[in-house]
Design a protein around this ligand. Structure first.
Ligand code: EPU
Length: 437
C-alpha cells in the first residue's frame, strides 16, 4: 500500500495554489445529471472522489470529456436509469456524496435508485432530513437492503415548503437539486450556508434554474421544466486552503496561499491569529507566517460561518504543538476525535471527554507510524508529521487522496520532505475498508 514518509521539522516557504472545492464538485457533478446539453465544469479538483462520480455518470450513459486536468465537458443528454448496475453500486458505496444522485435522478426522471452512501465514520450519519425534504416534494422514498429508492407521484416532483429540523449541508443540497425542476415553488428553511451551497445554486442558475437565497438560511427555488448546458467554474476549496494555513502554523515558515476567497477563510484566520500566526489577506490570496511560539486557543466547530468541522482535526494537530491548554469542542459530529489516538503515538497529550478534547501542548511532537483514519484525520497526521522531530510514516493515504489534489507535490514545492512510497504495511497496523465520505 502507498504511504507517505515525512521527515519533519522543516519550515514551509513559498507559494501554493488551491484547487477547486471538493464538496462543491461532489454536489455539482451529480447535479449535472439534470442538464440536457453540454455542461463544462472548470476548476475541478483532480481527486479520487470526483473521478468516482464522473465514472458513475459515464456508466449511466453520459459523455465525459476531460479537456485538461481541471476542466471537464459532460453531456448527460443520453443518460438513463438503465445504466444502473453493480458497477455503479460499487462506486456509489464508496462516497458520501452519492446521495445527491437521488435528488438529481428524481429531478430528471421522476424516479431514483442508489446505494446508501459510504462515508467517513464520525458516528451516526442519518439521512432523515434528505428523506423528509424529498417526501415533501412528492417523492415516495424507501430505504431497504442498503438501497434508497424513490419515485415521484405522477412522475414529476412538485414544489413545497420544507423546514429542516437540523442544519444539514447534504439535505440542503439534495433538496435544492431536486426542487430545481419540480413543478412550482419550493421554500427550504433553516438551510446550511456553506460556500459550496452558494456555488451549487450559482451552478444551477447558470444552467437555467431559478434558485435564490443561497448563503442565507432560507432558499427559494422556482422550478423550471429542464436545465440547459453552460459553463461553470468552481470556487476554491476553503478546507484545502485552511489545511495549508494550519500546516504553516504547525511547521513554521511563510507561505502565500493563492486562488482562495479570503472571506471564506475568516473564521480559520481569526483562530490562527489568536494562536500567534500572522495572516495577511489579499484579493485572492492569503500570506501565512509563523516564526514565534504558538499559543493555546479554544475552538468550537459549528455550521458556516462558524469554525468548520472539516478543519477540526487539522487545528487539533496544530494545538498539540502550542503552549498551554486548549479545548476543542466538536459541535457537528458525534465522534470526530479518533485521530488523537494517532497523534498520541507522536507524543501529543490529549484527554477526550464526549465532544470535547482537552489538549496540553508539548514542545515538540516526534515522528511515528500513524494512519489516516479518514480524509481530514489524514490531513491532521500529515500536519503533525511536518512539525514533528524525526520520521513519520502515514498509512492509509488513499483517504487523503480522495480530497486533496497532489498534496505531496504541493508540500514538496514548499520545502517539506515528504514522499509517497509503495511498501507493505507494518503487521500491527489496523486495516479498514476505505469507504469514503
Ligand atoms: N444530520 C441529520 N440528519 C440528516 C442529515 C444530517 O441529523 O438527514 C446531522 C448529522 O448527523 C450531523 C449534522 O446534521 O450531525 C450535519 O450533517 P450534514 O448533513 O451537514 O453533513 P453531510 O452533508 O453528510 C457534509 C460534508 C462533510 C462535512 C459536513 C458538515 C460532503 C460530501 N460532506 O457532510 O465533509 O463534515 O457536511 O459540514 O459535502 C469532509 O469533507 O471531510 C466531510 C466529511
Amino acid at each position: 500500500m502507498q504511504k507517505y514518509i515525512i521527515s519533519g521539522g522543516r519550515p514551509l516557504n513559498g507559494t501554493v495554489s488551491i484547487s477547486g472545492a471538493k464538496n462543491a464538485a461532489v454536489a455539482i457533478i451529480p447535479a449535472a445529471l439534470m442538464v440536457r446539453g453540454v455542461c463544462r465544469i472548470e476548476n475541478l479538483p483532480d481527486i479520487s472522489d470526483t473521478d468516482t462520480l464522473l465514472r458513475v455518470l459515464e456508466i449511466m450513459g453520459a459523455s465525459v470529456r476531460m479537456i485538461n486536468r481541471t476542466t471537464v465537458e459532460l453531456d448527460c443528454t443520453s443518460v438513463s436509469l438503465d445504466g444502473l448496475s453493480e458497477e455503479v453500486w460499487a462506486l456509489t458505496r464508496r462516497i458520501r456524496a452519492s446521495y445527491y444522485l437521488i435528488g438529481a435522478m428524481l429531478g430528471r426522471f421522476g424516479r431514483a435508485c442508489s446505494t446508501m452512501p459510504g462515508g467517513c465514520n464520525f458516528g451516526v450519519r442519518p439521512i432523515d432530513q434528505h428523506i423528509k425534504g424529498l417526501n415533501a416534494l412528492g417523492a415516495n422514498v424507501r430505504v431497504d437492503g442498503g438501497f434508497i429508492r424513490a419515485r415521484a407521484e405522477n412522475g414529476r416532483l412538485r414544489g413545497a415548503r420544507i423546514y429542516l429540523d437540523k442544519v444539514s449541508v447534504g439535505a440542503t443540497i439534495n433538496i435544492m437539486i431536486a426542487a430545481a425542476t419540480a413543478e412550482g415553488r419550493t421554500v427550504i428553511e433553516n438551510v446550511a450556508r456553506e460556500p459550496h451551497i452558494v456555488d451549487l445554486a450559482n451552478f444551477l442558475n447558470s444552467m437555467g434554474a431559478d434558485v435564490r437565497g443561497a448563503g442565507t438560511d432560507v432558499i427559494k427555488v422556482r422550478g423550471v421544466p429542464s436545465l440547459h448546458g453552460g459553463t461553470y467554474a468552481l470556487i476554491p476549496d476553503q478546507i484545502e486552503a485552511g489545511t495549508y494555513m494550519a500546516a504553516v502554523a504547525a511547521a513554521g515558515g511563510c507561505v502565500r496561499i493563492e486562488n482562495v476567497i479570503p472571506k471564506h477563510l475568516d473564521c480559520i484566520s481569526s483562530k490562527l491569529r489568536e494562536m500567534n500566526v500572522e495572516i495577511e489577506d489579499g484579493d485572492d490570496y492569503v500570506v501565512v507566517r509563523r516564526d514565534g511560539l504558538l499559543c493555546h486557543a479554544d475552538v468550537k466547530t459549528m455550521p458556516y460561518p462558524g469554525f468548520p468541522t472539516d478543519m477540526q482535526p487539522q487545528i487539533g494537530a496544530v494545538l498539540c504543538c502550542a503552549s498551554g491548554i486548549s479545548a476543542v469542542t466538536e459541535g457537528v459530529w458525534d465522534n470526530r476525535f479518533k485521530y488523537f489516538e494517532e497523534l498520541r503515538k507522536m507524543g501529543a497529550t490529549v484527554k477526550v471527554d464526549g465532544r470535547t478534547a482537552i489538549i496540553i501542548g508539548v514542545d515538540r511532537l516526534t515522528g511515528a507510524t500513524v494512519r489516516a483514519c479518514d480524509l481530514r484525520a489524514g490531513a491532521a497526521v500529515v500536519i503533525a508529521g511536518l512539525a514533528a522531530k524525526g520520521v513519520t510514516r502515514v498509512e492509509d493515504v488513499q483517504y487523503i487522496e480522495r480530497g486533496y489534489e497532489d498534496i505531496v507535490g504541493k508540500l514538496r514545492a514548499l520545502g517539506a520532505e515528504i514522499r509517497c512510497v509503495d511498501e507493505p504495511d507494518e503487521p500491527t497496523s489496523r486495516r479498514t475498508d476505505w469507504l469514503a465520505g
